[in-house]
Write a protein that binds this ligand. Structure first.
Ligand code: KG4
Ligand code: ZN
Length: 333
């Protein structure tokens, strides 16, 4: 089954053509436009600018991927969560295409896309129950899956997301948006034990996260130490974030006994996080750890196509007339 997928929830415009076969998804074609160069001037994403940029490139990207002679079996689009004006560009494009071609539509959640990035060109078997740790710029969540496309959110951040903490602290030390990848690069040269930063909620008796206190502690440290060593500071911040993410994941494994743990979201590209989860989960006799290939961690349409492929197996189609964008579409608790 071939699916054309569209992702515009934030600042990446992405169109992909994927093919699903059994339990595997392959990327056939992709066209992508990043807006980072525009948003870094403002130090973060400006929603109005993001939507305009999506509009400017959408038809060009679609023309690269859509094959009129060889149309896809379905069209998938991210309908939420995300920035409303950005989502609308993708949703209205998908509706128009579906109404003109009669190709059925699959309304897809951005977070399920991050989870299903793990099924793209994956050489390992993913077995259920599975536990997903999703860590992005807007979300930090633990989601339990009893079978394909069946979700139960069992933990989430009570304030900032992990990626947001990386980006905001990055801004305090003068790094351009997004700070996450830059902090992680600096961290490779630093010692994570030099600066004591808090690990909020690490011992709390639940699966929730909090990163706002860490952000404030990091800000205070920067103000008191203007000549800080950026590598040591980055390594210490990264270690604090990774410690909390890994500790809560291990707690969730102990409570729910998943057969597989999958990782997703932009922060899933972080080497330290991937290495630590591998190191802690690999020795567990009944649980396997899997992370998406790096290109499928950050926002991309292939992951949306992948999720849609598995939704299609359960008849997860929506008539184009009924498709709306939902900026606060959460996975069920
Ligand atoms: O999933 P994503 O592309 O967009 C959202 O849905 O939010 O995630 C973007 C986030 C940003 O906060 C970015 O700083 C973070 O992912 N990120 C990283 C790394 N690469 C991207 N954070 C830490 N280490 C990285 N290597
Ligand atoms: Zn994302």
């Amino acid at each position: 089954m071939k699916i054309l997928s569209i992702e515009t929830s934030c600042d990446d415009t992405s169109v992909a053509l994927i093919e699903g076969n059994g339990d595997n998804v392959t990327l056939l074609k992709e066209a992508h436009a990043s807006q980072i160069d525009v948003h870094k001037i403002y130090g973060g994403i400006v929603p109005e600018v993001a939507a305009r940029k999506h509009t400017e490139v959408m038809s060009l990207l679609l023309a690269e991927v859509f094959e009129k002679q060889n149309p896809p079996d379905a069209i998938a689009v991210t309908a939420g969560p995300g920035l409303l004006t950005s989502l609308l560009v993708g949703v209205e494009t998908a509706k128009t295409l579906s109404s003109l071609t009669n190709i059925p539509l699959i309304r897809t959640n951005h977070m399920e896309g991050h989870i299903y990035a793990n099924w793209i060109e994956q050489e390992h078997d993913i077995q259920f129950p599975a536990l997903a740790l999703i860590v992005s710029g807007g979300h930090t969540e633990l989601v339990l899956m009893s079978s394909h496309t069946t979700y139960k959110k069992i933990g989430e951040t009570v304030d900032d997301a992990a990626g947001e903490a990386f980006d905001k602290v990055g801004k305090f030390i003068g790094l351009t948006y997004p700070g996450g990848p830059k902090i992680s690069k600096h961290a490779e040269q630093g010692n994570p034990d030099t600066i004591k930063l808090p690990r909020p909620m690490i011992d709390s008796d639940n699966l929730n996260f909090s990163f706002s206190g860490l952000k404030t502690a990091a800000k205070l440290y920067i103000e008191k130490n203007p000549d800080l060593n950026i590598a040591d500071f980055s390594a210490s911040l990264e270690q604090a974030i990774v410690d909390v993410l890994v500790s809560k994941t291990l707690r969730a494994i102990a409570e729910h006994n998943p057969k597989t743990v999958v990782l997703g979201g932009g922060v899933a590209a972080n080497k330290k996080l991937r290495a630590t989860l591998t190191e802690k989960i690999d020795p567990l006799p009944e649980t396997t750890f899997i992370a998406p290939h790096i290109p499928y961690c950050m926002d991309n349409a292939a992951m949306i196509g992948s999720a849609a492929y598995f939704k299609a197996q359960k008849d997860g189609y929506t008539d184009w007339k009924d498709i709306t964008a939902d900026p606060v579409w959460e996975l069920p608790k």
